[in-house]
Ligand binder design. Sequence first.
Ligand SMILES: [Zn+2]
Length: 216
Amino acid sequence: MLAWLDLRNDLVFNKIPPAKYRYYLDSALAFGEQAAARLNGQDIRQLCAQHQIAIEIKKDDGLFFTVQFRAQFEYSEKLSRRKITLYQPSLESLLAGCASVGLVMSLDTIIDIHLAHEFFHFLEYQQRPVSASLEKVCNVAIGPFRRYSTVGATSEIAAHRFCQRFHQLDYYPSYYDFLWLAHSGKQTQWENERCFAEAWQEMLAFGLTPQADACL
Ligand SMILES: [Zn+2]
């Protein structure tokens, strides 16, 4: 269901025919699961080292204008740059959000979770982005003129699922963001629950089957 929320937040979500929702969700989740199965049992830091991906942990808060980053991936084959930057204060604030509901994790664990997410984006750069592998949607239609766009959220869904399976997490990782939202006062627990309940109803209305636990 959290994957559904990711899809629903896509910029072109309202251009996706409802009959295609399942296709985008299932395909994106499958991309993440297959990549995790291929790398089963490996260590994320070793994988980064093997692929010459530098890891930098910054002590600043990763705030760019109003957007706060926890992790970023820079990739340039031309400049031979492969680097994941993590912002420690943001990660610590995420940890505090998780701990507030009894989900205690170490900083190393939360770092590994973010490394796996960004490593999946690296795999996409190397092969093909998930969003580019799936059907495009018609974004603009004026007379005979058509413009098509990829559904960018499918890359995020795949990266989240990859991370979840790779680290055998109990939850689809955006769940931790919801805990953080509640803990940091950006959204109340009640608003989180209302958001989940609405998403659940939408999935049922579109004939999609939410998993028994909303946060899987
Ligand atoms: Zn991402």
